[in-house]
Write a protein that binds this ligand. Sequence first.
Ligand SMILES: Cc1cc2nc3c(=O)[nH]c(=O)nc-3n(C[C@H](O)[C@H](O)[C@H](O)COP(=O)(O)O)c2cc1C
Length: 215
Amino acid sequence: MWDALKARKTIRNFLPTEVSNETIAELLEKAARAPSGGNLQPWRVYVINGDSMTRFREHVASQREAETAEYAVYPPNLKEPYRSSRFKVGEDMYALLGIPREDKAARFAHLARNFEFFGAPAAIFCFVDKIMGPPQWSDLGMFLQSFMLLAQEAGLDTCPQEAWAARPDTVKSFVDAPEELMLFCGVAIGAANPDAPVNTLVSDREPLDVWATFV
Ligand SMILES: Cc1cc2nc3c(=O)[nH]c(=O)nc-3n(C[C@H](O)[C@H](O)[C@H](O)COP(=O)(O)O)c2cc1C
């Protein structure tokens, strides 16, 4: 477990190497052993792969209407130490990409790569029923981390993507999600490009005493 936990990191440049639906189905079934309050198992997942990925990429490119974000990804006026953590990982990432702060166009172009799954050949979208609240959202997190660790063990890399919260209509119209579901995030799945400097990013973690109190 620790091996997978240690090795997993967010990958932002994938090789086109295919992943089978059988592999993804097996990882999903195993990840569903994640706990959830009352065993509600609130995750609702759509898989995009192979032919559907080809069609989805075309669909994304064809959607030009402005969309209302599904939810606010961060609280407004993020306070410390959260603000600095967010800033630091962004700056570390852009340094590896060789994009300076003043090159807004290049930074924007990198963010837009989210909507190509950073080149990944497969992805899942994780939805939750709109009636669910914060406890069930935390269940989604447990499911998704389980999925990503299992993928890691199976030799696959991942990128969790809240960026898709900005494109809910694009996603919902393609997967034909029922009205009662809201989109939480996407997870790109595939093999990391070993030659991409951005994939060498190892994000910081706050020291234990910042977030744990032994009473
Ligand atoms: C729910 C969730 C959504 C995320 N959304 C994005 C995203 O849209 N785009 C992106 O590049 N990274 C995204 N990330 C990756 C985080 O930036 C990353 O997990 C964090 O910086 C820690 O780095 P690590 O995953 O490499 O340990 C997301 C992570 C999580 C858990």
